[in-house]
Design a protein. Sequence first.
Length: 237
Amino acid sequence: MLKGAWVARIITLFPDAFPGTLGLSLTGKALEMGRWRLEALDLRTFGLGKHRNVDDTPAGGGAGMVLRADVVDAALKVAADGTPKDRARWPVIYLSPRGKPFTQAMARDWAAAEGITLLCGRFEGVDQRVLDHWQIEEVSLGDFVLTGGEIAAQAMLDATVRLIPGVLGNAESIEEESHSHGLLEHPQYTRPQEWEGREIPAVLTSGDHGKIAGWRRAEAEKLTEARRPDMWAKRQG
């Protein structure tokens, strides 16, 4: 079992894509400080033959190529080395547009685990047999299709790593931000007091923390109802 820092293991055909933006700002600083660790496994090294082939044509015909079960299986075995079998402690995820939508709650669960393995798809996807064999959960970044899972992996890891204790300097910012309580975040303002004829709402400079909290709550509810009726309906139900 791995000890210490939270670990992200990425199976990808493009290991040079990492850390990418994860090496910047707070996530990058936390990476340098050893609060979390990133390991990119090059899927091509598990490829077959002289040319390290990782894919083949779809069974039944059709366009594109499919990542082979035997190749992906070999990579998953290496990625599983030293990790808990309990998926609550170490999720194994395939980044797929047909998966369940990624959410803030999912990010919290992942951050509470010891680490995670993310499989980045390419081409037409991955042979279903290896997904079934490893009981891999499929997760989607949204209702659109990317050329591969690398960008989705970075986005999901960014959302997760920032929830690891000690990564963000102010824990209160996590509690107040969008989606933390099933609401979008309230509007934010800062200096100058007046800009282009627009004033900061008077309540925010009143010094009355109770009124400020009430205003922020009301604004968050108003925004959520207007922009995310799905979230609002779930909250009302």
